[in-house]
Design a protein. Structure first.
Length: 359
């Protein structure tokens, strides 16, 4: 009995020791795993926590109806798009809301938003246009907003790091049209945009506080950006009572998009300059389809203007033809032989005009 008892006790002791060793090994393995996971998690969080300052600037000398002396938009929800993501995702908010002067001189940029974002590269920018105020002949009017979200693909990537501030420039190409009369105006705001990275050596010399403005006109990178993203549409044409033929040649670096044609009698109030007629009521307005078809507009609602359009590639040319009902407008009874008319072609990133003598 004593011998059996001793053997039983020894076996029990051995089992306890094995179990204790197993528990200790399991605990050690668990701690090692947790430590490993903690290390991995810490590395990931450390990588994701790297950030830098990104500022988004806006520039826009708008092409507006003659008589418009000032125009301002209220914007919100400024976002930057992380490179490598599809456009449906990868957006990071940079700022909230503010106002932007659309009638600043060429080369003047305003900081719209600035904040800390992930240190990575960004290739597009967008913001909402909530409203637009227009000062016309001394009175302020609220314009209809046809382009409520502005999205701009960047010509080059904007790289954000933790050691210095980065800046992106969004250059709006805006039209402000008076679709009614001079005495009872109704304005429409529409715009497209191009974007580019502000070179780091230029960004350090700029004030990037929200609302601050900077004169870029003397900077070489700005001049290169404007040249590379601009069209130069040359227009030749003929016009008669019910026909119009336009020959378009684009010698600019960017593709032109012709979406709307405006025919206006040349007068003291309608001159050949970088502006639109004071109102479209005295003009004939045509819309251009993607196939190059030209239709006389039966309505001047915002939804019908600056849509569709035909592309004239950089270095390319095309012809647009209209033949149909008599060319007329709300206050334009017809085309008069021998009269001079301003023919204006506008569209996404496109403005061109010429004078034509009616035949």
């Amino acid at each position: 009995m004593k011998k059996t008892y001793v053997m039983t006790f020894a076996i029990a002791t051995a089992l306890v020791m094995v179990l204790a060793a197993g528990i200790a090994l399991t605990y050690q393995s668990s701690q090692s795993s947790q430590s490993s996971q903690s290390t991995k998690s810490g590395t990931s969080q450390s990588s994701q926590s790297k950030s830098g300052t990104l500022a988004v600037m806006g520039a826009d000398p708008a092409v507006a109806s003659s008589g418009v002396s000032d125009a301002t938009i209220a914007y919100s929800s400024v976002y930057a798009h992380q490179a490598g993501y599809a456009m449906a995702s990868g957006w990071t908010q940079v700022g909230g809301s503010g106002t932007m002067d659309l009638m600043s001189s060429q080369g003047t940029a305003q900081t719209l938003a600035s904040s800390q974002v992930n240190a990575t590269s960004y290739d597009a920018f967008r913001f909402n246009v909530d409203s637009c105020k227009v000062v016309y002949q001394g009175t302020t009017y609220t314009a209809a907003v046809a382009s409520s979200t502005i999205t701009a693909q960047s010509q080059n990537r904007v790289s954000v790091n933790s050691s210095s501030s980065a800046a992106a420039l969004v250059d709006l190409r805006t039209f402000i049209e008076n679709t009614a009369t001079s005495s009872n105006p109704q304005f429409v705001f529409s715009a497209t945009a191009m974007a580019a990275a502000v070179p780091p050596q230029a960004a350090v010399s700029l004030s990037l506080q929200i609302g601050a403005t900077a004169d870029l006109s003397s900077q070489a990178w700005w001049s290169s950006f404007v040249s590379e993203t601009s069209t130069n549409l040359i227009v030749h044409g003929t016009i008669s009572g019910s026909t119009m033929t336009l020959n378009l040649q684009n010698s600019g670096s960017a593709n032109a998009e012709v979406q709307e044609i405006i025919v206006t009698p040349l007068s003291a109030t309608a001159t050949l300059s970088a502006s639109l007629p004071s109102s479209l009521s005295g003009s004939a307005v045509f819309t251009v389809g993607s196939s190059g078809s030209v239709q006389q507009a039966s309505t001047l609602q915002a939804s019908t203007l600056l849509n569709g359009g035909v592309t004239v590639a950089s270095g390319g040319s095309t012809s647009l033809d209209y033949s149909g009902n008599a060319i007329s407008g709300a206050q334009l009874t017809g085309i008069v032989t021998g009269q001079e008319y301003i023919v204006t072609c506008i569209g996404a990133n496109t403005y061109a005009s010429t004078t034509v003598v009616a035949s």
